[in-house]
Design a protein around this ligand. Sequence first.
Ligand code: EPU
Length: 341
Amino acid sequence: MTGLSHTQNQSLKSFNTFGFDVVALQYLPIESPEDLPVLFQAESFKKQPFGILGGGSNITFTQDFQGLLLHNKILGKKIIDQSNDTILVEFGGGENWHETVLYTLENGWGGLENLSLIPGTVGACPIQNIGAYGVEIKDCFHSLTAFHIPSGEFHVLNKEACGFGYRDSVFKREKKGQYFITAVQFRLSTHPEIRTQYGDIQATLDGWGIAEPSIRDISNAVIHIRQSKLPNPAEIGNCGSFFKNPVVSSDIIPALLAQYPDLKTFPAGEGFTKVPAGWLIEKGGWKGYRRDNIGVHAKQALVLVNYGGGTGAQIIALAKEIQADIFQKFGIELEMEVNAW
Ligand code: EPU
């Protein structure tokens, strides 16, 4: 190993939001980008498998991690550029996502408010282009800085280079496993557009008697809605949405609507339609289903939960059963959004 101090048999229970009781054979927190070239050049390092962990909120550990787990702990906040009504700001990849959103709100910078209370880290957010309540990270994303493992160099990738899609980016496809994201730069606004259209945001604000919401009000509404529907990982282990909302050929929609008039659909480009996976899973009869210590959340069928003492292998087995059942009932394939290790 290098001079960087790693621990052996590190428990990952508090490092994954499912709360699975697994260990990493070797574990190394990375606090500075400068550690990365040193580490990846070391001969001893090259001999073993490695993985990169952020907030552990999109991962199902099905077994102990059999290698060196690098935990992104790179912190930092920095204003890069400021003009009349926009600001370019950089955050370290290991910064907590929600704390980062709150920090931008304290400064009056708009753009991230609809993404309040999403578990995870800044460095992980571009990987799956996190999204909620009508906004995706790509909307405010400017660029990111990352250590390119194959070349040993630091690269800056702009929005185009990241190839963002719905819960997707190059980091899940052709560049998978190649980058350690050390910092992300966002373009935020001091005169932000207020986005209340999605779901219950407007109704929540109306209920509070707020006619002209600030970005802080939007954040509070999103926090309120999320807390009412989604389990708090500190209380019930989960990884948020376990599956992606499937995008299907629009040709199959009329027959589905004839059978299920309450199906909500969303346009997803010419000839394609997005169908809510939560609705499919609920209609399939799985909402609130519980087996031993795991199950399907009672208020949001897209979320699989660990009530305590469950394992990643049990979650994956349940997820596969749900996939098979939904395919059998609706002819639609559900794709897992969460990574399995
Ligand atoms: N629905 C059901 N039953 C359920 C859940 C949802 O019928 O059990 C229906 C709802 O009635 C609604 C539709 O499905 O018509 C959409 O539901 P919702 O607005 O709750 O959002 P979602 O599609 O289930 C997505 C994201 C969430 C994000 C919300 C809000 C994905 C995979 N998930 O969920 O993201 O918070 O929209 O924007 O796109 C996450 O990725 O971890 C996550 C929580």
